[in-house]
Design a protein around this ligand. Structure first.
Ligand SMILES: N[C@@H](CCC(=O)N[C@@H](CS)C(=O)NCC(=O)O)C(=O)O
Length: 199
């Protein structure tokens, strides 16, 4: 019997986007349910952290976007997104992309708090982290092999798109190598069909 796979996702989560892109690239059929995580009490029985993405395979929950991507990759017949040769580089670069997503998300959450609860220090710290991380990627990230798709490429592209969605796109002027790569990579159908779509 075929496994029943449900992906609980949000309309514009960069972590969720990574998993959705992975399912498309790896041709894994799943049912995607877009939810409002802040009202998703039902999720607690599967994932007490109550975060999206959360994947349910029959009755088993898989949480954290990296675990979900590894799982989807492991059941796919397509080329792996985690080739052994560059495994640790790919995992580390994916973690850097995750950190960028997190900084953009944390900054955004802080900016929408009421003025009396907002911390300018916290917002500044996240902005410095965002700018430093993107510059670091510009200077240090070697995309390994542009003809072979790997997880870190998907994660970095989702993180950069999310930076533009929730912060700004000024990184594009100062990081020309990354900008060129991103412009090209974004043309892929799996990126176009998963753009964040709500404000
Ligand atoms: N490490 C997690 C992070 C997931 C995450 O932060 N998701 C956010 C949405 S983008 C969330 O569910 N936030 C709900 C909350 O903080 O209450 C992953 O990679 O899946």
């Amino acid at each position: 019997m075929q496994d029943q796979i449900v992906l609980y996702n949000g309309p514009n989560s960069p972590f969720g986007r990574k998993t959705k892109v992975t399912s498309l690239v790896q041709e894994i059929k799943l049912e995607e349910k877009i939810i409002n995580v802040y009202e998703a009490n039902f999720l607690d029985k599967h994932n007490p952290i109550r975060k999206i993405p959360t994947l349910i395979v029959n009755n088993m929950a898989i949480i954290d976007s990296d675990n979900i991507c590894l799982y989807l990759d492991s059941i796919s017949k397509k080329n792996t997104l985690f080739p052994k040769k560059d495994y640790w580089k790919i995992m580390t670069m994916t973690s850097i992309a995750n950190g960028l997503m997190e900084a953009v998300l944390e900054r955004r959450m802080e900016t929408i708090r009421p003025d009396e609860e907002k911390s300018t220090n916290f917002i500044n710290k996240q902005e410095i982290r965002i700018i430093r991380t993107i510059k670091w990627l510009e200077d240090n990230w070697n995309n390994y092999d542009n003809n072979y798709l790997t997880m870190d490429q998907i994660a970095v592209a989702c993180a950069l798109d999310y930076t533009m969605f929730r912060f700004n796109n000024s990184w594009r002027t100062n990081n020309s190598k990354l900008d060129r790569w991103f412009t090209n990579f974004s043309k892929n159908d799996f990126m176009q069909s998963t753009l964040p779509h709500t404000k």
